[in-house]
Design a protein around this ligand. Structure first.
Ligand SMILES: NC(=O)c1ccc[n+]([C@@H]2O[C@H](COP(=O)([O-])OP(=O)(O)OC[C@H]3O[C@@H](n4cnc5c(N)ncnc54)[C@H](OP(=O)(O)O)[C@@H]3O)[C@@H](O)[C@H]2O)c1
Length: 285
């Protein structure tokens, strides 16, 4: 029986997960298909119920359904509960479990691609939306020493500062410009852009949240934005002499971890990575 996998979102046309997940399935000769499904908010419950069928292995979930699927699951793991969001559902004999591989994928990408180890480091998180929240919790679990959260809307940074403190991490909130930000950048081991600044077709596609002069050469600069592959922030980081990592790596590694949950097999990371970068290149990213 051919197994079914896929991703739901609304809209979903932009997703490249089917490209690199199918490449991995085909490479390992696994009899399964990975599709993308546009599911409207009112259809989420019925769609998730259908995943209990014997030929369904599970799905990925992207915006805006990462919270909406929660009430339809039998169990939600510790990571997804902490994040308050599910990006992976696994069907085992009709029982559905919810997981979140976004945070672990972010950290795995940094560890593998840059050698980063969160323990004892100082991190600067730019942004305070859903992605920033997940990354904050991941870094807290990874043993980060302290965090600065800088955001255009200061109240949202303050909310995340409190969340960091509740998780036992020293934290400070800052605006997305000015002296506190410059000081935080100067002493950061890791700087992560979790804003949509620099994203193609976004309102600030040619901007970087920090200039090269603000970035220390010793820092690791990670942009979650992956379209374009080389963002203005990554260019500033490279100009500063810092190690840089683009957002496509996080996307690939969250998929790697989901793949392993569904299939029980090690994911062919190189195959997935090659397929993902080729697809982005073909889209002109
Ligand atoms: N690589 C991956 O796998 C991956 C995974 C998740 C997300 N992402 C990317 O991460 C980014 C954030 O995603 P999200 O889900 O956290 O979105 P979100 O919840 O909508 O948060 C957006 C963040 O960007 C800030 N922002 C938006 N426009 C801005 C501007 N013009 N100037 C300054 N700040 C601005 C917002 O600040 P305010 O609070 O002031 O509005 C907020 O902090 C997106 O680009 C998304 O594509 C990548």
């Amino acid at each position: 029986m051919t197994q079914r996998l896929g991703i739901i979102g609304y809209p979903i046309g932009h997703s490249i997960s089917p490209i690199f997940q199918q490449a991995a399935l085909d490479h390992l000769g696994i009899d399964a298909t990975y599709e993308k499904w546009e599911v409207a908010p009112e259809e989420v419950g019925d769609f998730v119920a259908g995943l209990r069928a014997p030929d369904a292995w599970g799905i990925n979930i992207t915006l805006p359904h990462k919270q909406a699927v929660l009430p339809f699951l039998d169990e939600v793991d510790e990571w997804a509960t902490a994040a308050g969001a599910v990006n992976t559902i696994v069907n085992r004999g009709g029982r559905l479990t919810g997981h979140n591989t976004d945070g672990p994928g972010f950290l795995r990408a940094l560890e593998v691609e840059t050698g980063y180890n969160a323990t004892g480091t100082r991190a600067l998180i730019l942004g305070a939306g859903g992605a920033a929240r997940g990354i904050l919790l991941t870094l807290a679990r990874g043993g980060v020493d302290s965090l600065v959260i800088a955001n255009r809307t200061l109240e949202r940074a303050e909310t995340l500062r409190q969340l960091a403190q509740e998780n036992g991490i020293k934290a400070e909130a800052a605006p997305l410009s000015g002296d506190i930000l410059t000081r935080a950048a100067a002493s950061a081991d890791l700087i992560v852009n979790c804003t949509s600044v620099g994203m193609s077709h976004g309102p600030d596609e040619h901007s970087s949240p920090l200039s090269a002069a603000q970035i220390p050469a010793s820092a690791i600069v990670n942009d979650l934005v992956y379209n374009p592959l080389e963002t203005p922030f990554l260019r500033e980081g490279a100009a500063a002499g810092a190690v840089t990592l683009g957002g496509l790596h996080m996307l690939i590694y969250q998929g790697v971890l989901s793949f392993q949950m569904w299939t029980g097999q090690d994911a062919p990371v190189d195959v997935m990575s090659k397929a993902a970068f080729a697809e982005m290149a073909s889209r002109g990213a």
